[in-house]
Write a protein that binds this ligand. Structure first.
Ligand code: SAH
Length: 355
């Protein structure tokens, strides 16, 4: 049975499903889901992420987290945590770059939140010297200070979409037309959580909601306020989003998200405002939302590129210059991607970010 057959059968039984249910099934169905069955990253895959573009990304992030650890008095045991670690490249680069920070690695317990068994295997290989601990959610993290990074994790979390009608909302749902999946609208309802959005939307506007993102950020914030630490959330998106950002990518090309369930990467832009407000409500501070290019420049990525460039020539040198540009330039990833830092009330923001 294909995932499409399974979804059609389920919709025939239960009626139209939310986009969140659809995303969760497509991405993480245990045997037919997108992430459960493959390594989607890299030039041969469907998309390329910052750590796969260059080691410099993980190196400067590692140094930012290590500086937070120093600023918070070098706790002698802490959870160095990553959400959705993909191939394990970012964590491997963080670990290599922080070898020179005395005591940091000895104090670190590597903790990974990863739902895909296929990617867990790749992470185990990339990090075989470090005995990582895999957990299902931040809520299960050990009772230790938490120094955490999440790159392109929140965009994979399931969203729901609502279209405004008068003072109410109609949810965008997935049903069947002929033998195909198709979007439709549910009945008008009140949606208490969307009351604040009545102030900045008009009839027909579409808003997105990511309950899983709110839950994750709330767990992080509670942990930081109790045990200390810091979190860096890096993703494409903006402060206060409006409109449809649900998208599917297959072999680096946009495709219809309902066309081939389980075969394409499904994502939505991250709406950082509700994440920051939820973190604040759960007891911790958040930084100003900062463009990735600005953040990486402040952490010295250009200086790092110059050091690496000194021993390169020809094609490898050209590749390094291109990678630096891709990560930082406003017309590439520099502006689309943003960084949000979370930190305890009494602590300084992570280097590279402002309160
Ligand atoms: N951070 C990596 C990979 C990004 S792809 C990088 O930058 O290269 C998204 C990652 O999040 C994958 O590892 C995917 O399996 C994982 N993931 C997606 N949804 C998840 C969920 N609900 N719980 C745990 N992991 C999830």
């Amino acid at each position: 049975m294909t995932l499409l057959d399974l979804l059609i059968t389920r919709i025939r039984q239960d009626g139209p499903m939310t986009i969140a249910t659809y995303m969760a099934e497509c991405l993480l169905h245990p045997t037919l889901g997108y992430y459960s069955t493959r390594d989607p990253l890299g030039a041969q895959g469907d998309f390329v992420t910052a750590p796969e573009i260059s080691q410099m990304f993980g190196e400067v992030i590692g140094l930012s987290l290590a500086q937070c650890w120093l600023d918070q008095g070098r706790p002698n045991r802490f959870a160095l945590t990553e959400l959705g670690p993909g191939r394990g490249t970012l964590m491997a680069d963080i670990l290599r770059a922080t070898q020179g920070v005395p005591g940091f690695l000895d104090a670190a317990q590597i903790v990974l939140v990863e739902a895909s068994p296929a990617l867990q295997r790749l992470q185990a290989k990339a990090l075989e010297d470090y005995e990582p601990l895999w957990i299902d959610s931040v809520g299960q993290a050990p009772d230790l200070p938490l120094f955490l990074v999440a790159n392109e994790f929140f965009d994979a979390l399931p969203i729901r979409q609502f279209q405004r009608q008068g003072d109410g909302w109609r949810e965008k749902l997935i049903g069947i037309e002929g033998q195909k999946l198709a979007f439709g609208l549910g009945a008008r309802t009140a949606q208490p959580a969307l009351v604040p959005r009545l102030a900045d939307t008009r009839d027909g506007d579409l808003v997105e909601q990511c309950a899983a993102g709110i839950l994750t950020v709330t767990e992080i914030a509670r942990h930081l306020s109790q045990h200390g630490g810091a979190a860096l959330i890096i993703d494409y998106g903006d402060w206060h989003s409006l409109g449809d950002t649900f998208q599917a990518l297959e072999r680096h090309q946009p495709v219809n998200p309902l066309e081939s369930p389980g075969q394409a990467d499904l994502t939505a832009h991250v709406d950082f405002e509700p994440l920051a407000l939820s973190a604040h409500a759960a007891g911790c501070e958040h930084s100003r939302l900062t463009p990735q290019g600005v953040f990486l420049e402040r952490l010295g990525i250009t200086r790092r590129a110059q050091v690496l460039a000194a021993s390169l020539s020809g094609d490898p040198l050209t590749a390094l210059i291109q990678a630096h540009r891709r990560l930082t330039h406003p017309e590439e990833m520099g502006n689309l991607f943003k960084v949000l830092g979370l930190y305890p009330r009494n602590a300084a923001p992570p280097p590279g970010l402002e309160p």
